[in-house]
Design a binder for this molecule. Sequence first.
Ligand code: NAD
Length: 304
Amino acid sequence: MLLPNWAGIELLKNSRLELFAQICQTGQTLGGFMAITIIGAGYVGLITGVGLAKLGHQVNIVDTDPTKIEKLNSWQPPIYELGLNDLLQDNEVQKRLHFSGSLDARKFDSDIYFIAVGTPTKINGRGADVSYVEMAAEQIANVCPPKSIIVLKSTVPVGTNDKLQKQLDTAFYDKKIAVISNPEFLKEGAAVFDFFNPDRIVLGGKDSEALRKIGHLYQGLNRPGAAPLKLLAVDWQSAELIKYGSNALLAVRLSFINEMAAICENSNADIIEVAKGIGQDSRIGAQFLNAGPGWGGVMLPKRH
Ligand SMILES: NC(=O)c1ccc[n+]([C@@H]2O[C@H](COP(=O)([O-])OP(=O)(O)OC[C@H]3O[C@@H](n4cnc5c(N)ncnc54)[C@H](O)[C@@H]3O)[C@@H](O)[C@H]2O)c1
């Protein structure tokens, strides 16, 4: 299969990743659709898996929660997301999508493994608990074929991908596993739309061949009528910080407009009109400028 002309590719750092961009732009054969295993059937893992299956890949989603797997095996979504049920009822998707309760490499032959498990805030409130990520990586490394790629979708503190690569290089030296960071930016409620229409896809890593392969996975998003795919290939730490920086900036905008709402109340001004007036400035934009009682959710409050 030929790669399309990825006009949208942007490289934040282009030295060692030039090869990646050149190959993507000249359209080199990479062997078509791929077999992917995803650990974690939560918001991120499930939407990514269903989306990749819709793009034509064979996807096995593994989750330790038996209730989720039972529902998914009868094509019932365990969460509500607009468009998810339709995708799960799609015959083509059903042919390419599998669910299992444990990672059994003998049943599903793949060399690309996504980790999409939770990274909750530690009980002491200081940083993220990455133990589920480490556990999933070890489970993968125990069963994967040599030269597999582990793609970290979970939101992790800066340095985690680097550390994980070192741990795998030490404990599973012969396997030569490559770690790629691929942070997730979906909005709950619009997650399916966001998968098929990402503002950008961020890939972080050192191994240009692995980066190229993972970039290739998403090529189906570059379809007629859609905005050209923007693929940012960077180092691990930059990818991790793009995710945290984006979350932090969104939180700052919400805090700012809530402060403005308080000022409006004291000044007899109308916060709705004020937000509209500020947001119409093209340098600022209107998103995340709706005043509310505060902000929350699972992602923005994370202080890793
Ligand atoms: N939900 C969001 O809006 C969102 C957006 C962007 C990034 N993220 C990040 O993505 C990651 C996943 O988030 P989520 O909301 O999908 O989490 P989630 O808690 O909904 O799902 C995680 C799933 O992983 C499963 N799991 C954990 N360890 C496992 C293992 N070893 N093997 C198999 N299954 C395992 C759990 O049973 C659970 O179903 C987190 O780091 C989160 O911060 C979430």
